[in-house]
Design a protein around this ligand. Structure first.
Ligand code: XMP
Length: 512
């Protein structure tokens, strides 16, 4: 295992991704982790991440210098490199010229971190990505430069006797063309890791751990039809079989046919215990007359908890709640960066406290793409695995204004057409999300010889990596044209279709 100490860099998660892509397991922990805890984790190597501070700032994050005495190989990246050098007795100073963006690295040694990178005779040059204002000025005893750049006399360093290496550039970003080689040299060359972390090995260790933790107790799981909860259910079921009961609450705000497909798979193909509650009437009653987006979200969230609790109560004797928390959420909750809440995203958060259940989170160490691989390995259908994200409040936040059965019906029909054309024309998997939104206005049109005064549907389609930022997808005009024609022709009550060309920020992906 490789331990990554997080000093607050935007790219700490990327370091983890790159290492796991090499089939080596790694975990991110805050820089303040105790030396005792590190010893328990028994990492084969430690990476000290970059960070936004200067090592001399008053509140700069400093890891315990005792980390350097553990005898474990350490790679310092950017801020991490500067801190390592400072803690070993060197000097870091504000550079006259900051380096941001692409830079040319001149490699002085073709071993260690740069082994196997020879491009020919003599000195080697490589493109790397820099982002720093401070730089190492004086190296402590035992250290020497292994690479330089125009503005960094110590763009890479190594210790002659100890397994310490450091780079001023960011090997984890794609613009550092030799980034993967550098990380590979560290984890395999210095740390002696083996590329044996696969989804199959993850399943085996998780099954064993779940069996030991749960014993003969009962576990419940909220199944939503989404990737995370589906994979969670499949994973827990693999470990404890019928001790798991899933509860699926149909809030009446699902897309056409979507949950039926998931339920069919879980109930019939994988033989899971699934309690399937149709609470459509309850939710639509609760939402009657509600137009405020936050109130909608609140009512849907609370309604879910109420129904879920009722059903769970009927099972009795339940000790655990299985939940599809992913690694980015875990990192977010331990990170020291805050973010202003824009929308109250509703998931099953809050349930464990209310129901006094212990949590089981079998995916909490995985990134989304790893969850997908795990799902495939567990035998889930590709359709479920590559399903686009769907918000907890469902179509409720894609109907502007009041939610009624009639308006739900219109939106469902339009949405099916959008998804159908996206799939047919090979765009569905290329975008982050694609869906229809029903607007609260009517506009004038002409059909045949008559005037119409009907609804407007907006198509929203975005590209994104993580939903934090997004841009509208540049779909071909013909595809947009086909969707528009089909929606207007096939969905009764719609006479106009518009395409949303806003990015996030300043807009958001969903309209409410
Ligand atoms: P926004 O609209 O905030 O959406 O840009 C970002 C991503 O989150 C999804 N989303 C939700 N997911 N519960 C969820 O589980 C919610 O309440 C919720 N609201 C938005 C949205 O679909 C997009 O992928």
């Amino acid at each position: 295992m490789i331990l990554i100490l997080d000093f607050g860099s935007q790219t700490t998660q990327l370091i983890a991704r790159r290492i796991r892509e090499q089939k080596v397991y790694c975990e991110i922990h805050p820089y303040s982790i105790s030396v005792e805890r590190i010893k328990e984790l028994r990492p084969a190597g430690i990476v000290m991440s970059g960070g936004p501070c200067s090592v001399y700032d008053n509140d700069a994050p400093h890891s315990d210098p005792a980390v350097l005495a553990l005898g474990i190989p350490i790679l310092g990246i950017c801020y991490g490199a500067q801190l390592m050098i400072l803690q070993c007795g060197g000097r870091v100073e504000r550079a006259e010229k900051r380096e941001f963006g692409k830079a040319e690295l001149q490699v002085l040694r073709t071993d260690g971190l740069f082994a196997g990178l020879e491009t020919g005779e003599g000195v080697h040059h490589h493109q790397v990505w820099m982002s720093h204002g401070d730089r190492v000025e004086v190296v402590p005893d035992g250290f020497e430069a292994t690479a330089v750049s125009a503005h960094s006399p110590f763009a890479a360093l190594r210790h002659r006797d100890k397994p310490f290496v450091a780079v001023q550039f960011h090997p984890e970003v794609a613009h550092t063309l030799i980034g993967n080689d550098v990380l590979r040299n560290f984890i395999f060359g210095f740390c002696g890791c083996r590329p044996d972390w696969t989804m199959q090995s993850f399943i085996e260790t998780t099954v064993a751990a779940l069996r030991e933790k749960v014993g003969t107790a009962r576990v419940i799981c909220a199944l939503s039809g989404g990737v995370d909860s589906s994979v969670t259910a499949a994973m827990v079921h693999r470990a404890i079989g019928d001790q798991l009961t899933c509860i699926y609450v149909n809030n009446g705000l699902m897309r056409s046919g979507e949950s039926e497909a998931i339920l069919r798979f879980f109930k019939e193909t994988s033989k899971l215990n699934v309690i399937d509650v149709d609470a459509t009437d309850f939710f639509l009653d609760e939402l009657h007359g509600v137009v405020d987006p936050e109130l909608k979200r609140k009512k849907i969230g609370l309604g879910f908890i109420k129904i879920f609790e009722e059903e769970a109560g009927k099972i009795g004797n339940v000790s655990y709640l299985a939940q599809g928390t992913l690694y980015p959420d875990v990192i977010e909750s331990v990170s020291f960066r805050g973010a202003a809440p824009i929308k109250s995203h509703h998931n099953v958060g809050g349930l464990p406290e209310i129901m006094k259940l212990d949590l089981i989170e079998p995916l909490r160490e995985l990134f989304k793409d790893e969850v997908r691989l795990l799902g495939l390995e567990l035998g889930l259908p590709e359709e479920a695995i590559y399903r686009q994200p769907f918000p907890g409040p469902g179509l409720g936040i894609r109907i502007m204004g009041e939610i009624t059965r009639e308006r739900l019906d219109i939106l469902r029909q339009a949405d099916v057409i959008v998804l159908d054309e996206m799939k047919k024309q090979g765009w569905y998997r290329q975008v982050w999300q694609s869906f229809a939104v029903l607007l609260p206005i009517q506009t004038v049109g002409v059909m045949g010889d008559g005037r119409t005064y009907e609804h407007v549907v907006a198509i929203r389609c975005v590209d994104s990596r993580d939903a934090m930022t997004a841009d509208w997808s540049r779909l071909p005009y013909d595809l947009l044209g086909t969707m528009s024609t089909r929606i207007i022709n096939e969905v009764r009550g719609v006479n106009r279709v518009v395409y949303d060309i806003s990015s996030k920020p300043p807009s958001t992906i969903e309209w409410e």
